[in-house]
Design a protein around this ligand. Sequence first.
Ligand code: ZN
Length: 49
Amino acid sequence: MMVTIRCLQCGERFLLKGRVKKGKIETGFKRCLCDNENDFDIRNETLYS
Ligand SMILES: [Zn+2]
């Protein structure tokens, strides 16, 4: 599935491949270009089938 991660500090967006593990989205994404590591809006862009 594809996941959109938006940084809530600088507004940068990242489109990554992710997967759900124990109900939590995992992407391997570590931090934004602005050094923000925690403040993100994470969305699943792919519908489950
Ligand atoms: Zn940022």
